[in-house]
Structures are given as structure tokens and as C-alpha cells.
Design a protein around this ligand. Sequence first.
Ligand code: ZN
Length: 672
Amino acid sequence: MKSTLITTGIAVALLATACNSSSKDMEDNDTFDYVVDRFADIEVLRYQVPDFDNLTLNQKLLVYYLTEAALKGRDILWDQNCEVNLELRPVLEKIYTGYSGDRDSADFKAFEKYMKQVWFANGIHHHYSTDKFQPEFGREWFMEAYRGAYPEDERGEYLAEAIFNPALYAKRVNQEDGVDLVVTSANNLYGPGVTQAEVEAYYAALRDTTDTQPIPYGLNTRVVKGADGKLTEEVYRIGGRYSDAISDIVASLRQASQYAENEAQRATIDKLIEYYTTGDLRTFNDYSIMWVEDTDSQVDFINGFIEDYGDPLGMTGAWESIVNFKNNEASERTHTISNNAQWFEDHSPVDARFKKDKVKGVSAKVITAAILAGDSYPATPIGINLPNANWIRAAHGSKSVTLENITEAYDKASHGNGFNEEFVIDQPTRELLDEYLFITDNLHTDLHECLGHGSGKLLPGTDPTALKAHSSTIEEARADLFALYYLADPKLLELGLLDNPDAYKAEYYKYLLNGLMTQLVRIESGNNIEEAHMRNRQLIAAWVLEKGAKDNVVELVKIEGKTYVRINDYDALRNLFGQLLAEIQRITSEGDYEAARSLVENYAVKVNPDIHREVLERYAKLDIAPYKGFVNPVYTLVTDEEGNPVDVTISYEEDYPTQMLRYSADYSPLTK
Ligand code: ZN
């Protein structure tokens, strides 16, 4: 149901490690330092904003004020995450900056790590597991530091409890079966004494199931219990909860509105202001429609209470903002592919009976992120598809975007992490990956999304649910194979999407390496593969390995005790992809459940235990951080002598603690 493709945790680690790249779409700047900080299980990166200087002054000013609106919401998320967060943060920061004891002591070093973890998670719970952090400094040490910083204050014991007592605020979002999810979750979306049953009864009474344009109840409220035992909602709006922060956001949105690129965008920003002013969720629906229908503007943004992963009941949206602008050059890629959708359909290796007579490509845009904020900072999605309301998606469509400067940063930062040296068979293959993996990986995604899923048709009378539990794996395999097959097609050179007939080999190599070996790092020892995308990748890779064995197309070889993938015949490999595509399209078109089941069971599920163990061991030695996030660039408004804005400059020098402390100093309307 959720439509935002949040790539977190190990998935990001894999993305970041599975590829290395050329600098195709970015300023060619080899000296740019992508890695900013490393602590606990986190690596903090920075990203570039290419082409910012090519925006018009008007667009730069629009971006500038939207980034201000983004940064001003930070405190909201901290408070949503846990009631202690906004009280604790300035205390931790004061100790961090002012501690006059031994800053080289084990306690202070452990405290510094904790500080960085809390910043990264926007609170005291891990951003991904939502478990409370376990501090490695002593409680006595903390109390002494606290009394040094706040001699008069009596809150130290409570804050120490919040930090050190594992039972207090134990988990931010509890999803465990059979317990009261509201009572046992430490987030601050529900007030004291509110139970899950009460919340469910409250919303059940409000909900109108006949409404074809339903209100997303609870999206922007905190539910509290009054003295009379009745529940009420504190609405996030001007004059309501978070009023000071929302007023600040609105002030920046008003400035942004003056620099809107067109009337439709101005009206969209103004509608958002109206929503923040009233808190009315019908207005939010109207805003979402205007937002999704504005496809002409180059600059775009998300700003509001959007994703509900932070609420175990899936109602309240965590505050977030991303400001971005369309990457015209990269979006040209998706347009070119979409415009040629019929050619690809007509020339695919599947039986003519299963092809579409008229195929329509889906176009998605590639964007450059200018700022990440709230729930998208420092950990961020790499692809977004909004709005979430299904009825709006059905009637008005959705926006699907790829944050290419973010994927680029992951990719660049992974350079030199040792992954390719450890797992890629030889230097020529490593060089091929360095040169072409970034572009072919992106093209693979474009072909998969824009064409693969939309290709082919079911025969008349085929039940669309015939493949049952195997349908997702088969569907993902179908889209991946379509993309793999065409990556090696001369048509891509003819369309100007690639400039070297061997470029596709980079993606072929990485795909098989991932499917046969490295993706296993996500699987715990002794387990099978369950997730559909992972099954699909192993299905394809294991099938071509087996079918190509007699001609030695692909093989697993041992060199000095380590296993490597070796591809001996790329042309034959492409043919095998084509054959499997034809078969999987047939299975889909005819609804051949037995054939689907046998492919999945034979190739996709079971793990080779020896290779699994080897991959886990080799990966562990590389010490690659499982989670990554970003610091933002710094935007500075330049004015003339009369105070008129004449430019916005961008710089990338800020380090992680400096940025966090600056945000706390300059964008903290709720902690003043
Ligand atoms: Zn897919």
C-alpha cells in the first residue's frame, strides 16, 4: 500500500557497495570528498547539487526559500519521535560543546558517539530498528557532566532515566503481535494513557466508508485523552500543536511563493500554506492533487506530514521535506525510452501472441535533490512515488522520481571501499564496472520501470492472479529480463543512450555477481531467500548459470580459495536472458502456475550454504557501514546594497557535527 520506495539499511549498503562508476552526469570533480563521518553502524556522506548554477535567479530563490521551509520543520520530527527528544538534545549538545573534563576519556568518546547517533536518528531511537540506543558512557559520568552544565537544574535524573533505563521509551515503533501498539511504542503521536483500542474506536466512529475522496484521518494530529476520559486530537497547524515551527515554515513558503515558476505552482504553494494554517485534511487532499498535477515546473518539493511508518497504527505522518529540481538531461533518458516503447515491444524475443499491439511507456523523472529534511534527513530515500492516497493516484496519477545525485553519492563513496577488489574477478572487469556500471545500472532501472512491467499481455481468459504466491517474483523477473535483454541491444547506441557496445557487460557482470553471491549478505545464516526481488535475481542468475554450463557461458571459479563469477561468453548470456524472458512471458501470459512454481522452487529460494558462508565472511572483513545518510550543502543568499537578492551560492564544506549544531542554533523554533 505504501508507495514511497524507501531504501534503507542494508539495501542502501548494497546499493552503495554493488556499484562503482564513472562521473557521467556530474561535475567531473575527483577531489570531491564524499565521506564526511563514520561512527557506530553509520557512514555520513555529502552529495553534490550539479546544475544548481544553471538555474535562473528566480529558480534559485525559489529553491532557497523552499530549503528554508524544509529546515524549519526539524524540531517537529524530533518531538514526534519521542517526548524527551527536544528536551534532551540541547543538553547533549551543551555537554558535547562545553565539556571541560578529559575529552579523550573513554566516557567522552562514547558520549560523542551517542551524540552522533542521536543526531542521525532525530532522537534516542535507531532510525531503522527503532530500538533505543544503548549508551556506552557511565550514568555517573553523565550526571557529573550534566551538573557541570546545569548547576541549578533538576531535570538530570529524568534525562538520565531516558538515556540509561532500557525499559523507559524502549522502542519507538512497536509492531509486535498481541500487545497494545500505542501503549508500547515510545513515539509521541499519542498522549499519556491513550490505548490502541480507544484510538481505533475513535477513528472508526469518524470514518465515512462511503466517501470516495476519503479524509486521511490522523495524518496531522496527536491524539490525547482529556480529564473526562474522552479522546481529542491536537492538530498540527498554526495555532495548534507545533504552531511556532509551522508558522516559520509558512513564512518561508510565502517567500517561496513569490518566486514560483508559474501560476499553477504558486497556487500549489499557497494551498499548502492554507493547509498548514487550518490543518484541514480536505485542503491537504486538494493540495495533493494540485501538487501531483504540476508537472511543468522544474523545481519541486515535498513538505508536510507524509509517511506513516513512525506510527504503529499507520495514521500519523512524520514531518519531512525534500526540495529538488528536474535533471533535464537524465530525464531525457526516460523520455527517449518511453517514446520508443513500441519498438522495444515489437522486437522482444517473446512469442508474438504475448505481445501488446499498442504499448504505452510510463515516464518518470530524474531529479536532483537540493535539500533533505525532517524524516528524509540524514537517512534518505533514493526513489519516491507520491501521493499516498490511492484514490488520488487512481484519478490524478502519481509522481515517480529518482534522486540521481543521491545515488551518485552512494556510488562514488563506495569507490575504494574494497568491494570490487574483493568480489570482482579481475582488473579488466573492475575497470569496466568503474567506467559503465553507473550508467548501465540507471538504464537497467529505467528499462525495468518504464517498459519491462508494462510489456506483454495476458491471453484472453487468463486469470491475472493465476501465479498466486509466485506472481511478484515472476513479475520482477519479467521486468528485469526485459531490461537485461535490451541493455545489450545496438538500439541503445542508436538512441544515444550508451556510447560503447561493450558497456552493457558491466551491468551483466554485476547482476550475476549479485544474484549468485553478494546479495546473500542480507540473508541470515541458515535462512532461505524470501523477498521477491532477491528471489528474482537468484532465479535469473542461477538459471543462466545452469543452462549455460554445457557451453561454459558463465561459471563460478575458485581462485586462491575464493569463489568468483566468470563470464566467458556475453553474447550467449544475452541469448539465455532472451530465452528466459520468452519463457517467463509465456508463463505470465498463460497463467502457468506449475511452471512458475517449479522455476521459483528450483532456482530462487534455496541458498548454497558454502557460498553463503563465504560471502558473509568476506563481507565482514570489508567493514562497510550498513547504514548511510547525508549532510546537506549550505545555501547562502547574496543581496545587493539595497538588500535585493542577486544570487544564491552553494557550498559543501560543512561537516556533520557543525551542521547539526547549526541547525539546532538556527532552526529550532520549538526549543527556544
Ligand atoms: Zn519492478
